[in-house]
Design a protein around this ligand. Structure first.
Ligand code: FAD
Ligand code: NAD
Length: 405
């Protein structure tokens, strides 16, 4: 009998969890497993703010997909997914087409620009290794250029971050630590540098514990970050952001570096392939299959699941992506073997930790609030755990974070 083809799209947190769990659970004769990813490396999306600010080299945030894959059981294909055709059970890649019996869509997120003019053209975004590398180099170039021009342009030393969600705040934490080093390196007066964060909601980190939000904002303000809360970005131009507080209070913030960190959506390939989606996220069944497609599973940032306790979607995180990856692998094993019932997903929320640089942070872990070095320590434990879950102790030793103090 022909072995079923399992095709996994994306080697991020969700996709790699599925691949590494399947290679443990299924024998070589039970299924053909294909893993498709744009790059030959996996990157820790959750560390990209560090690579973007230049506090961690981008090679530290990535590792070869091949290093965690059992080549006897999983065939890795480095290619870019263009379209999924459920009608003929095929995936169109740039270089070839792949047929599937079971498909896992784990293609991650894209920045959500809400149609705001100029963002794609002029703003930097924190979304992958290349964008992180570009942002780090751009900031460094501005500092290097400042003293080399006869007429000093202070906007070279101005960095504006759009959004004070977790990505914005974590990036600001790294940036606040990096700027004093950049000033020293390029002979720049620290007081000339301006870091501004623009947040549309009435608070930073909307929805997070208010006491921890105060801690985070005060910490960053002490390090020189200026917050413009309740202020929305309306447009991005080659010169900076146009923002507004209320309807009429419009202001232009001139800066050579503007960063859009104000939200994400699921990968657009999902809706372009005909799945019904809300901002690129498909409201999946409890078994993680796409509605009407028992042979297609959608996990991670492309999936939408409602937290029934508060009747709102769970925020897209690495934590939920990895848990979904684990359950998805179990369900695929059940389908391949043709016995047993599919399991239903239940999120086991272990908490949230937000870093404020490598040495500080805020968080709620197992229901307890933590701040300062305790939170920074916990964040590294969480980062190392993600490596362990996919590549075991070997990967933790190779890529882990051990600068605990
Ligand atoms: P990803 O891990 O992003 O993987 C998607 C993969 O698909 C990538 O390898 C990508 O290259 C590949 N891909 C995309 N398009 C294509 C294509 N067309 N063809 C082939 N391959 C493709 N969450 C937490 O839980 N804790 C945190 O501390 C945390 N910190 C974060 C910090 C930052 C700066 C950011 C941006 C996010 C953070 N998140 C955090 C959120 C978390 O990173 C995401 O929710 C998580 O990465 C989603 O996992 P995923 O498997 O869906 O996608
Ligand atoms: P987000 O949606 O959580 O936050 C975006 C922020 O931008 C919001 O505060 C929003 O009010 C603001 N915003 C939106 N439009 C704006 C505008 N026009 N002008 C100014 N501000 C505007 O997005 P994110 O921070 O990119 O996070 C994405 C996902 O990744 C979330 O689910 C988050 O929980 C997760 N994440 C988690 C961590 C962590 O656990 N440490 C870190 C980073 C990201």
């Amino acid at each position: 009998m022909k072995k079923p083809n399992i095709v996994i799209l994306g080697a991020g947190y969700g996709g790699l969890m599925v691949a590494t769990r399947l290679q443990k659970q299924l024998g070589v004769n039970e299924a053909e497993i294909f893993l498709v990813n744009k790059n030959d490396y996996h990157y820790e999306t959750t560390w990209l703010h560090e690579a973007s600010a230049g506090t961690l080299h981008h090679d530290k945030v990535r590792y070869d997909v091949a290093s965690v894959i059992d080549k006897n059981k999983v065939t890795f294909i480095q290619d870019t997914v263009q379209k999924i055709s459920t009608a003929d059970k095929k995936v169109v890649l740039e270089g070839q087409e792949l047929s599937y019996d079971y498909l896992v869509v784990a293609l991650g997120a894209e920045p959500e620009t809400f149609g705001i003019k100029g963002l794609h053209e002029y703003a930097f975004m924190i979304s992958n290794v290349n964008s992180a590398r570009q942002l780090r180099e751009h900031i460094e170039y501005q500092f290097a250029t400042y003293n080399n021009e006869a007429e000093k342009d202070d906007t070279r030393l101005r960095i504006v971050v759009g959004g004070a969600g977790f990505t914005g705040i974590e990036f600001l934490g790294e940036l606040a630590n990096r700027v004093p080093d950049l000033c020293k390196e390029y002979d720049i007066d620290y007081h000339k540098v301006k870091i501004i964060c623009v947040e549309a909601a009435p608070t930073a980190l909307p929805g997070f514990d208010p006491e921890l939000v105060d801690y985070a904002v005060s910490h960053l303000e002490r390090k020189g970050v200026e917050f413009k809360i309740g202020t929305a970005i309306k447009e991005c131009t080659p010169d900076g952001f146009i923002v507004a507080k209320g309807e009429n209070d419009v202001e232009e913030i001139k800066a050579k570096t503007v960063v859009w960190a104000a939200g994400v959506r699921g990968n657009s390939i999902v809706e372009e392939s005909g799945f019904e989606a809300m901002r690129g996220r498909v409201k999946v069944e409890k078994t993680l299959s796409a509605p009407g497609h028992n042979d297609v599973f959608i996990i991670g940032d492309c999936a939408l699941m409602i937290n029934e306790e508060i009747n709102r979607p769970y925020p897209p995180t690495a934590q939920i992506s990895m848990q979904q990856g684990e359950l998805c692998a179990n369900n695929l094993v059940t389908l391949v073997r043709g016995k047993g019932n599919l399991q239903e997903f239940k999120f086991d929320d272990k908490g949230t930790v937000c870093s404020l640089g490598h040495d500080d942070g805020v968080g709620v872990v197992f229901g307890k609030k933590i701040t300062g070095s305790k939170a920074a320590f916990m964040k590294k434990v969480v980062d190392n755990r993600a490596l362990f879950m996919i590549g075991g102790p070997g990967l933790v030793l190779k890529k882990g974070k051990f600068n605990f103090f």
